[in-house]
Design a binder for this molecule. Structure first.
Ligand SMILES: [Zn+2]
Length: 155
């Protein structure tokens, strides 16, 4: 049997699903698939239920966003832990260049990756925003999606 790694978390999974995340089609494990739009569900019992769960999770995801000083937090905490970008990258199965891009703000990591970074560094990098907060921040954030979020942060 061929083992396949999840494109996002690198975990070996038997039931990879194709999901579109940030406009890129990736083979992801079921944990990561909920962060993107699944284009093909793994064919197995319970897949329907999974799809349902996926939908409800997507809704929740909309209310979660990266904190403003995300890049700074990552860099500081990484350095405090005496990790080089390379060490850090290795621990979360990413390339060193990816960490560099994240820390310089030229790449906004997708939520699954953010979660991995949070776990590794033991810090919180996301915040939930309520509708009230949303109004204060910007009145033009209706229908906010992960894709929009990346555009906003990437400017
Ligand atoms: Zn995964």
């Amino acid at each position: 049997m061929t083992k396949i790694n999840c494109d996002l978390c690198g975990r070996i999974a038997e039931d990879l699903a194709k999901a579109v995340i940030e406009g890129v089609t990736l083979d992801v494990c079921k944990d990561c698939s909920k962060f993107g739009k699944v284009v093909s569900q793994p064919i197995r019992p319970g897949a329907k239920e999974q799809a349902k769960r996926f939908q409800s999770l997507q809704k929740e995801e909309k209310s979660e966003t990266l904190v403003e000083n995300f890049t700074e937090l990552v860099k500081k905490k990484r350095e405090a832990m005496n990790l080089t970008q390379k060490d850090f990258a290795g621990k979360i199965n990413e390339k060193e260049t990816m960490i560099h891009k994240i820390e310089t703000g030229s790449f906004t990591p997708p939520l699954p990756l953010v979660k991995k970074i949070e776990r590794l560094l033991g810090i919180k990098l996301t915040e939930e925003y309520s509708e009230a907060q949303e109004t204060v921040r910007s009145s033009r954030r209706e229908g906010f999606t992960l894709g929009d979020f990346i555009k906003v942060k990437g400017k």
